[in-house]
Write a protein that binds this ligand. Structure first.
Ligand SMILES: Cc1cc2nc3c(=O)[nH]c(=O)nc-3n(C[C@H](O)[C@H](O)[C@H](O)COP(=O)(O)OP(=O)(O)OC[C@H]3O[C@@H](n4cnc5c(N)ncnc54)[C@H](O)[C@@H]3O)c2cc1C
Length: 322
């Protein structure tokens, strides 16, 4: 199908662009940088989380080029600035529905309709909830999914972290700056997190562990006062007093609106080949929306670059051979 190439300077509704990027995390903004440098004037719809999940964390120490680490939100701002320098436009809008049945693709956002010759999906993932009594009621009142955002409120208080992966340990270590103690509750008897983080956590006097246990209820009237725990080996139940609980138990990809239009795996991650191509020609993916394995800033950024390079080839090919 020949492409009807858009003009990103046209601001009437619907806006028609050559490359529409969904998401302003490392994947989306890296894709925008590469598409901008190919002079495709990409438009980025940010979603509600500018900078993506990376912006939620205090310091990122494993993104190359920053030997002393870099603030999570600072890195997002740098990504955006670099993409904008080459002509990317960043719009504070969230896509609600897409129609990928014909090109140009149609995307409906809060701010209006967009037409896109190519689409790069970088909508990432969101934290999983425990789905237990008290969790929703006490969110913002002691239940949190972001240590960087809420850690400060727990100065001189006791907190719990639920989980055993990299995020749980990173955020647990960060919380030791404020809290008097950080108890990590994990359903297994060993951690999934990387060795460096494990060593730091085991060596931190403020951090202790409760193994092979799950949280079954968050207790409190208008703020968290305790957690109900169950040991999954013995079945024994207990109450653990705490002022707060930070939950880091994995993620769900933000792919609901693509169901039935793009091939996905059983977890809802979008299937893509090594060229970041999806089941629909002209639709590319990047980052955690298609990657439940690496889940890093650098890998997501790399996928963003790859997706934009392929979107550029796609447009060139279609322009030369309409
Ligand atoms: C607490 C925490 C600490 C971390 N620490 C590190 C670390 O130290 N080092 C590291 O490498 N990685 C770290 N990570 C992981 C890293 O942040 C992610 O791997 C990375 O952000 C994924 O990038 P992404 O662009 O694929 O998706 P995300 O970062 O999830 O970004 C998704 C973007 O899509 C947008 N979006 C969602 N839905 C829509 C929609 N409908 N329309 C438009 N936009 C939409 C969102 O607003 C967001 O901007 C951490 C993650 C967390 C949660």
């Amino acid at each position: 199908m020949p492409l009807n190439l858009g003009n990103s300077s046209n601001t009437s509704d619907p806006r028609h662009v050559k490359v529409l990027v969904l998401g302003s995390g490392p994947a989306g903004l890296s894709a925008a940088l590469y598409a901008a440098r190919a002079e495709l004037e990409p438009l980025v719809l940010t979603g509600i989380e500018l900078g993506g999940q990376a912006a939620l964390t205090h310091t990122i120490e494993n993104y190359p080029g920053f030997p002393d680490g870099v603030g999570g939100s600072e890195l997002g701002e740098l990504f955006q600035k670099q993409a904008e320098r080459f002509g990317a436009k960043v719009e504070f809008d969230t896509a609600n529905s897409v129609d990928l049945s014909a090109r140009p693709f149609k995307v409906n956002g809060d701010g209006g309709e967009y037409l896109a010759d190519t689409l790069i999906v970088g909508t990432g993932a969101r934290p999983n909830h425990l789905e237990i009594p008290g969790e929703y009621e006490l969110t913002g009142k002691g239940v949190s999914y972001c240590a960087t955002c809420d850690g400060w409120f727990f100065k001189e208080k006791k907190v719990v972290v639920v989980g055993g992966g990299d995020s749980a340990l990173e955020e647990g270590l960060f919380l030791t700056r404020f809290a008097t103690s950080v108890t990590i509750i994990h359903r297994r008897d060993s951690l999934r997190a990387g060795k460096v983080l494990q060593n730091r956590a085991f060596g931190n006097p403020k951090i202790n562990f409760i193994w092979s246990s799950v949280v079954t209820e968050v207790i409190g009237a208008d703020k968290v006062t305790a957690l109900k725990l169950k040991n999954i080996e013995s079945g024994a139940e207990s109450e653990f007093p705490t002022n707060g609980v930070f939950i880091f138990i994995g993620h769900t990809p933000n792919t609901q609106m693509f169901k039935g239009q793009l091939d996905m795996d059983e977890m809802g991650y979008i299937n893509a080949n090594h060229l970041m191509e999806t089941s629909v020609p002209g639709v590319f993916v990047a980052g955690e929306v298609a990657d439940s394995h690496f889940r890093q800033v650098i890998t997501s950024a790399g996928m963003g670059a790859a997706a934009a390079i392929q979107a550029t080839h796609f447009i060139e090919k279609e322009t030369l051979n309409p």
